[in-house]
Structures are given as C-alpha cells and as structure tokens.
Design a protein. Structure first.
Length: 294
C-alpha cells in the first residue's frame, strides 16, 4: 500500500525529510499566521462591532422604555413602534452592507493563507522528490542536495507553484472542497517540473493526466495534509495567545507534512507505470542522481 510505503520511508529517514521540508514550510506557516491576524484585525475593525453597537442601542432603548415608560398608552405604543422600526432597519443594514463588509476580510485572508501554505508545500514537495528517490535507490543524501536540485529549477517551480496556489486558493474560497480537488489534481506537478523539465500550465495538465487512475490515493494523501493542518491548529490553540501559537502550529506541520509529501513522490513514480502515465518522450530526468528510469 502506498501509505504504508510512505510511512516506512518517513520512519527510517525522519530527520532528513523533516529538515528538507522545514526550509520552506516554516516561513510559509509564519506568513500564513500573519495573514490570519491581519484578516481578523480587519474583521474586528469593520462592521461586526458596528452591528453589535446597533443591537446594544436598541436593547438600551428597550430598557429605558421599561424603566421610564411614557405617561400615556398612546405615547408608549408609538415609542414601541419606533424602536421596532429602528431594530428592523439595523437588521436590514447588517444583512446587506455589513455582511458583505464582514465577508471580504475572511475571503481574502482565506485566499492568502491557502496560497502561502500551498506555495510552501509545493517547494517542500519539490525538494522531497530527489531526496525520496535517492533514498529509495539506496543513495544516502541530505537536505543540501535536495535543495540544490530545487535551485536548478527554481524559476520553473516558482512559476508553476504560484499558478497552482492561486487556482487552489480561489477554489478554497468557494466552500473549500473545490480547492481540495484542485490541490489533489495538481499533486504531481512538483515532480513533473523537477524530472520532466516542463512547467506552468503544461505541468498542471500533465499532473491531471497522470492521476487518471490514482485519484483515490491523491485524495487520501491530501486528506492527511488537511487533517495534519487541523491537528496543528488544535495543538497550537492549547497555548496562550501570542507568538507561540504560530510557532507551535508551524512545528507540528513541519513534523507531520513530510509523510504525505513522501507519499506524493511515490505516487508519481507509481503513476509512470500505468498506461496513462507513460513518460513524455521529450522529458529529461538527468537533474540528479536519483532520477527514475523510464
């Protein structure tokens, strides 16, 4: 089973995998934490506080009406109707203007967080490719060699990663699931850029083609990434508010993410053995010692 193979590799080469991924995962997680703080700050400065103030004003007027009722029943009824109209007007304003105003910081914070995290994951995945394939071939290598390979393809990787991250982040804004599907579909883009010397849209399309018979495995590995992200957030929430929370969340993700990332490298190698995953005739995999043979 693919996951069992990935876990065996993760257990045997834990330090090398974690250190390799940490170089991009740590800054990506810290930047994402900053985006969350910025989004929450914008939300706190916006319409929610104003809407709460409107509600409190209506409640205060209702208390005043009870404590100091008008002298006549007619005046009391008129005052009740006036407070009712003010409550309805406040609710209407919240439903339209304030709701949209509140949604915007949440939407762009979600998009930024998803994009930053995915960009970090993409680079960590790319560095994991030469590391895993060389280790599987019995050649002991380390993070320096892996990132040297990434450096030789850094332009193509950044371009492809930004394109994939933007598409996935856009999908994540629309109820998360489309973003997860896109992330799974682009699962093999990093090894394709490193090994097959293609990039951008061509690499993303190639990834979808290779996954034709392996969607269940790709979705399982991405479900693990989502689960590990939730675990990291839950663990960090147990610490006092402040700078420790993003650091703890980053540490948990750095430790756990290499497992599914190693699985994605193994999935790429497995996809090449299927009829849908035949090697591109113009590809070159001579970028490092651990290149798989066609």
């Amino acid at each position: 089973m693919l996951l069992a193979q990935a876990f065996s590799l993760y257990r045997k080469h834990f330090a090398a995998l974690v250190l390799t991924g940490a170089l991009s995962l740590v800054p990506a997680n810290l930047l994402a934490a900053g985006a969350v703080v910025f989004g929450l700050g914008a939300l706190g400065n916006g319409g929610v506080a104003e809407a709460r103030t409107d509600t409190e004003q209506v409640q205060e007027k209702q208390r005043d009406l009870q404590e100091k009722p008008p002298a006549t029943p007619e005046a009391r009824d008129a005052r009740v109707r006036q407070i009712g109209r003010e409550a309805l007007e406040g609710g209407s304003a919240f439903d339209v203007r304030q709701y949209v105003r509140n949604l915007l910081p949440i939407a762009y914070a979600t998009a930024i967080v998803a994009g930053v995290l995915l960009a970090g994951l993409f680079l960590a995945h790319a560095a994991t490719v030469p590391l895993v394939l060389d280790l599987e071939a019995g050649r002991p290598v380390g993070p320096a060699h892996a990132w040297a390979v990434v450096g030789s393809r850094i332009g193509a990787l950044i371009g492809t990663g930004l394109l994939a991250a933007a598409l996935v982040a856009l999908g994540a804004v629309f109820f998360v699931v489309p973003g997860l599907v896109l992330a799974a579909g682009f699962s093999l883009a990093a090894p394709i850029v490193v090994l097959e010397r293609v990039s951008g849209r061509a690499a993303l399309e190639r990834s979808w083609s290779l996954l034709r018979c392996h969607w269940d495995e790709a979705l399982l590995l991405w479900a693990l990434i989502v689960l590990f992200s939730v675990v990291a957030s839950a663990v960090s929430a147990r610490f006092p508010a402040g700078p420790w929370r993003p650091l703890v969340a980053a540490l948990v993700r750095v430790v756990l993410y290499p497992l599914p990332l190693a699985g994605l490298v193994l999935l790429y190698r497995r996809s090449l053995s299927t009829s849908a995953g035949s090697r591109r005739p113009d590809s070159s995999a001579r970028g490092f010692r651990g290149s798989p043979t066609p």
